[in-house]
Each structure stands twice: as structure tokens, then as C-alpha cells.
Design a binder for this molecule. Structure first.
Ligand SMILES: Cc1ncc(COP(=O)(O)O)c(C=O)c1O
Length: 384
């Protein structure tokens, strides 16, 4: 990408990545010609050690005590599929929200169409927020799982994860938190929020490479694996081992991607999570101010930028969101995403669906105040 391009699509995947992330990917390819856990030679052992260090770092990052329960997945979608399809049983009722992503909604819709589960979807109120009381009101005696996006990928609204997690725990309902957009932008703590299953990608605000994702599984939560195969352990046995992480990680790992993710987590540790989260709060406030200043722009969701992560979608009345996104790219080299953002229910809730969705703006750690000023000028030109 041209270095002067303005990348505002960090909700899809982050760009740029810290240099050390890129170096780690190349270093793995050059120096570790091995599949972790598949051999006793130095490089294979080193690759296995790297995966162990990454599990421990990620567990620390989300306040979890059990690194072996950190499972590597292909992306956020893969983690959510494993959590949902691996957990539910016939007759379960599942509660979810209208802010959820298709990676939650589609597996649930399939299970519902197949007669396995029933679901209730809780909408945000007019203030743009999901309210814990509404989620709790949807619980039934047969509810076994509540799935919730920690922060909307359309409005950036932050969900009441702590209240929902505690209410679910008190009723013996398991809580799956989709931290795809929150991890790396706001604190995520599995103990504070009584989370049982935590799914997140490595390639969004964590700033790791694409092709990385994580599912953390609380001790005592039993999932069926969705894939079986070689694990490099108990290879003479006919069935996949029961031990974690092997039970859920058959097949060769994405070694280069995971090496890059480890470099990303180390980057966070050095930068200081609090400093990064503080910057994201400022980005949310400044982006909100830019959009609010564009004549006619409507920004659905919470009225205060403090209730949002820095992902804000806007509608420009009379303008097609896809056409606005293309014009921003062609005329100003600004990268944004128009449309439905794989979250159709959020757009239906705020009636942006009838307009073809919205234009989503998602700055990242590397976005400067000057970039926001250039976005402002580009929008004023395109929207007119
Ligand atoms: C809220 C939410 N959940 C899940 C996902 C899926 O993550 P991935 O793109 O890594 O599959 C996304 C991706 O945009 C998302 O925004």
C-alpha cells in the first residue's frame, strides 16, 4: 500500500503491523524449518517453546490462569465456530444480541434451522447500548449459553460484559464473549467478566498477522472438537488425545503467523496496555467529532464516544455507502468499508439496512491526528 494512504479499516484487520511482527514472520520462515511438536530436533523444539510462550502471554493478556487452555485457531470466526458448535446440545436455548457478527449468527441460524437449538436475539435500546437487564430477561430454564460481542463492529458500542457474565454464572449459563473488536482496544478480563469461552482474532487490534485466532476455554467447560487428525502426541492411539491444547489443535500450526502474534503481544507488553487503551479512547473521541462535523452525517449508536471503541459507522443521507467508500479511495486514497460489515441485525436495528448499510471508519494505533484531519478534509470533499 502507498505509504501516504489513509487506512481506516482496522476493524477488518489492522495495518500497518509493528515492524517486529513482520520481522518475526520472516525469521520463523528463515530459521525454524519445523512443525511445532513434530520432532525432537532443535528447531522443532524451539518452535514448540515459542507456542508455549505465546499461550502464556495471551493467557496473561486476558487475565486467564491456564495457558494450556489457550487454543490457536484460524481467525475469530474459527474460534467462534468451535465454541458454539462444540458446546451446544440438542434442546439448548442460546441468547445472543443484534450486535453480533455473522460468525456468531450464521452458526446459530444453521443450528436452529437443523432443529438443534432455539435462540433469542436481544437488540440494543434506542441509546445504542445492549442492556444487561434485557439479556437476563431473555434467559429461560433451557438457556445453556449466552454469546455476546464485547464491542460492536458497526457502532463500537461496548457491551455490559461484566453484568451479563455474572448474571449468567449465577444461573449456571455459560458465557461466550466475542472479543474480536475489544481485545487490544479496551481491557478484556475473563475473571472480571466471568467468561467461560473467549474468542478473538490475533490480526485485528492485537496487530498480529492474518490467519491467527484464539479460543480460551475455562476449566470445566467441555467442548467437542470440530476437527481431528495428527497432534504429534499419542500418535499410536486411534483417537485424538483428550489433553488440551492438542484436543483442539490437530494439524500443523500457522508457525510464522503465531511467531508474529508473539511479537505483537510483546510489543503490547513493552508499549503498556494502559497507554494503548488510552490512545484508543482518544481516537474514539476525535473520530466521533470528525463525523459529527460532516453536514448531514448520521452516526448510529451511543451518543457518547466514551461508550464506544474507535469504530464508528456513518450514514450520509442520499448517498450509497459503497459509492462513498469507493470515492474516498479513488479521490483521497482513504481505505474504509461500506455496506453491512457482516452484522446485518445491527444495520436493521438502526434502519441503515434500507440505505444499503453505512460507511465504517476504524482508526488504529498508528493513526495520527494529522490522518484524522486528512480524513475530515476528504469527507468534506466527497460528501460536499
Ligand atoms: C465482532 C466480530 N466478531 C467476529 C469477527 C470474525 O473475526 P475474523 O475476521 O478474524 O474471522 C469479526 C470480524 O470482523 C468481528 O468484527
Amino acid at each position: 500500500m502507498n505509504p501516504v494512504s489513509l487506512y481506516f479499516d482496522n476493524a477488518a484487520t489492522s495495518h500497518p503491523k509493528p515492524e517486529e511482527v513482520l520481522d518475526a514472520v520472516v525469521h520463523y520462515h528463515r530459521e525454524l524449518p519445523a512443525s511445532a511438536g513434530r520432532g525432537g530436533y532443535r528447531e522443532a523444539v524451539e518452535a514448540g517453546r515459542m507456542l508455549g510462550e505465546l499461550r502464556a502471554s495471551l493467557a496473561r493478556f486476558v487475565g486467564a490462569a491456564s495457558p494450556e487452555r489457550v487454543i490457536f485457531t484460524l481467525n475469530g470466526t474459527d474460534a467462534l465456530n468451535l465454541a458454539i458448535k462444540g458446546f451446544v446440545r440438542a434442546g439448548d436455548h442460546v441468547v445472543t444480541t443484534a450486535y453480533d457478527h455473522n460468525s456468531v449468527l450464521r452458526p446459530l441460524h444453521r443450528l436452529e434451522a437443523d432443529g438443534v437449538v432455539t435462540t433469542t436475539c436481544v437488540p440494543p435500546r434506542d441509546d445504542g447500548m445492549i442492556h444487561a437487564d434485557d439479556v437476563v430477561a431473555a434467559f429461560r430454564p433451557t438457556t445453556r449459553l449466552v454469546v455476546m460481542s464485547h464491542a460492536s463492529n458497526v457502532t463500537g458500542a461496548i457491551a455490559p460484559a461484566e453484568a451479563v457474565g455474572r448474571a449468567a454464572r449465577a444461573r449456571g449459563i455459560r458465557f461466550l464473549l466475542d472479543a474480536a473488536q475489544s481485545v487490544g482496544r479496551i481491557p478484556v478480563d475473563v475473571e472480571a467478566c466471568a467468561v467461560d469461552l473467549l474468542a478473538f482474532p490475533g490480526h485485528k487490534a492485537l496487530m498480529g498477522p492474518q490467519g491467527t485466532g484464539v479460543l480460551w476455554i475455562r476449566d470445566g467447560v467441555d467442548l467437542r472438537p470440530l476437527r481431528e487428525g495428527g497432534t504429534g502426541s499419542r500418535s499410536d492411539q486411534p483417537y485424538q488425545p483428550e489433553e488440551l491444547p492438542d484436543r483442539f489443535e490437530p494439524g500443523a500450526h500457522n508457525g510464522p503467523g503465531l511467531a508474529g502474534l508473539l511479537a505483537a503481544v510483546r510489543w503490547f507488553e513493552r508499549a503498556g496496555q494502559d497507554r494503548v487503551f488510552a490512545r484508543h479512547r482518544v481516537l474514539s473521541e476525535r473520530l466521533f467529532a470528525v463525523l459529527a462535523g460532516i453536514p448531514g452525517a448520521v452516526v448510529p449508536g451511543p451518543a457518547s464516544s466514551a461508550s464506544r471503541i474507535p469504530i464508528h459507522a456513518a450514514v450520509f443521507p442520499g448517498r450509497d455507502p459503497l459509492e462513498v467508500a469507493v470515492a474516498l479511495d479513488r479521490r483521497h486514497d482513504v481505505k474504509v468499508r461500506g455496506g453491512f460489515h457482516c452484522a446485518p441485525l445491527a444495520h436493521r436495528r438502526f434502519d441503515t439496512a434500507s440505505a444499503g448499510g453505512a460507511v465504517r471508519f476504524a482508526p488504529g494505533w498508528f493513526t495520527t491526528d494529522e490522518d484524522l484531519a486528512r480524513l475530515d478534509a476528504a469527507l468534506r470533499d466527497v460528501i460536499g
